[in-house]
Ligand binder design. Structure first.
Ligand SMILES: CC(C)(COP(=O)(O)OP(=O)(O)OC[C@H]1O[C@@H](n2cnc3c(N)ncnc32)[C@H](O)[C@@H]1OP(=O)(O)O)[C@@H](O)C(=O)NCCC(=O)NCCS
Length: 171
């Protein structure tokens, strides 16, 4: 099921066939550098695909999606919208992860921008966040490119992160 498209990308629900591609991404220590769990095994990756197979179990409109380069048909990342409960507030995070081979070609910003547009215009959400490790400069820049601003530091599960946020503008 296609969720959204951008000039260069298509995002669709994850499928069992994505296992090889996603496991390769998740096994890359550079790609997983700022994730508290670090690299994931093939088994852990399979569990994640299964978990998000029909969208997020608590809200099928959300979840992590296969991110495909339209020109080549290549699986080049996984992006999506994730649900969090933070300090008693329901929050939705834009999540973006692109293969190292495609870094610094504007695809992260293109994906993040599309996630914001999808969240606000298609799903009618009012606020989106990004949870960024303080040392993850590329992620912070990507969040800013999508219009998010640095809201506050937050300790989440014992780890410091920066909350970036954006609110829907009502005209
Ligand atoms: C974050 C990520 C998606 C960015 O992808 P990308 O395709 O390289 O992003 P873009 O080319 O669109 O660049 C977006 C911004 O980040 C900057 N950037 C990208 N890589 C950078 C790097 N290594 N060092 C400094 N800035 C960097 C770009 O210059 C650009 O900022 P600018 O507009 O101010 O120039 C990618 O680095 C990634 O997948 N990282 C691993 C997963 C991850 O940490 N995800 C975020 C979890 S919170």
């Amino acid at each position: 099921m296609i969720v959204l498209e951008t000039p260069r990308l298509m995002m669709r629900r994850l499928e069992p066939n994505d296992l090889d591609s996603l496991a390769a991404l998740y096994a890359d220590p550079e790609v997983r550098r700022y994730f508290p769990e670090g690299v994931l095994t093939r088994g852990e990756t399979a569990e994640e695909i299964d978990w998000f197979r029909n969208g997020h179990p608590d809200d099928p409109r959300l979840g992590l999606w296969a991110t495909i380069e339209r020109a080549s048909g290549e699986f080049i990342g996984r992006c999506g919208l994730l649900l969090w409960e933070i300090e008693g507030r329901r929050e939705i995070e834009i999540a973006y992860l692109i293969a190292r081979t495609h870094w610094r070609t504007g695809l992260g910003a293109e994906a993040a921008h599309a996630l914001v547009t999808h969240g606000f215009e298609t799903l009618g959400l009012n606020r989106l966040i990004a949870l960024v490790h303080p040392d993850n400069i590329p992620s912070a820049k990507t969040a800013k490119r999508a219009g998010l601003y640095l809201e506050r530091p937050l300790t989440l599960d014992g780890m410091l992160c920066h909350v970036y946020a954006i609110e829907r503008q009502v005209s």
